[in-house]
Design a protein around this ligand. Structure first.
Ligand code: ADP
Ligand code: MG
Length: 217
């Protein structure tokens, strides 16, 4: 099996696992300040990705990101379907002709997050997935510019994803369904911020493991 095929299978598997393990918690979060469907939407999208993982492995990263984005858009539904879809389609556009090292990936991810901001007309501090995604994008770009090692950059990305996700607890929502609740949303973590953090942590762990294995050979 090609390295890319193994990596993609591992990534999708790890993401599905972490979302499934935490599905009750995420459903509860979206029930508290949304309509409760976020985790089911995401699981449907991840199943669709799992079904096309062999095809994705034959593509370059730009085409694969694009296909991932379109698949999420057409299968997930909900606000998060169009936003996660936008993230990957935009990453696909930004990845055209690029080799995926830390510097390139940080720029590609940054562009993806910028597109989510535009699509959702939202920014940091509005109690959405962007409270996880923006700090991660900023951390990766900063670490790439400072030529920090990949291992440290990955750990930093995890740490800011967790802090960003937790920050949503005390925020009032100004975007999405939770914005209808005003102050009543305070005290609840945003579901999309939580799933974004779970997925980022799972991705980081898989990449770190693959890098260690490659170094060990
Ligand atoms: P819906 O809100 O349509 O039911 P989901 O439940 O699947 O869709 O997704 C909800 C998540 O989407 C929220 O928890 C939040 O993180 C994210 N979200 C909603 N609206 C926006 C927005 N305008 N910008 C960024 N993220 C948003
Ligand atoms: Mg919902």
């Amino acid at each position: 099996m090609s390295t890319k095929k193994i990596l993609l299978a591992d990534l999708i598997n790890a993401i599905q696992n972490t979302i499934n393990i935490n599905s009750d918690e995420v459903a509860e979060l979206d029930r508290a300040i949304g309509d409760g469907d976020h985790v089911v939407n995401l699981q449907r999208g991840l199943d669709a990705l799992n079904n096309i993982k062999d095809e994705l492995a034959t593509m370059n990263w730009s085409a694969a990101f694009m296909k991932i984005g379109m698949t999420l858009m057409s299968t997930m539904g909900g606000a998060s379907g169009s936003l996660f879809g936008t993230l990957f389609v935009s990453m696909g556009k930004a990845a055209k002709g690029m080799e995926l090292d830390l510097t390139a990936f940080s720029e590609i991810f940054y562009q993806g997050v910028e597109s989510v901001k535009q699509r959702g007309k939202a920014d940091i501090g509005e109690k959405t997935m962007l409270d996880t995604l923006i700090p991660v994008a900023n951390s990766l770009v900063r670490d790439a510019q400072n030529t920090i090692s990949l291992a440290v950059a990955l750990n930093n990305a995890k740490a800011v994803a967790i802090t960003g996700m937790e920050s949503t607890k005390e925020l009032i929502a100004t975007k999405g369904r939770a914005s209808f609740l005003g102050e009543r949303a305070i005290g609840h973590i945003d579901a999309g911020a939580r799933t974004s953090q779970l997925m980022i942590c799972a991705i980081v762990d898989v990449i770190a493991r693959h890098c260690e294995q490659r170094e060990a050979i």
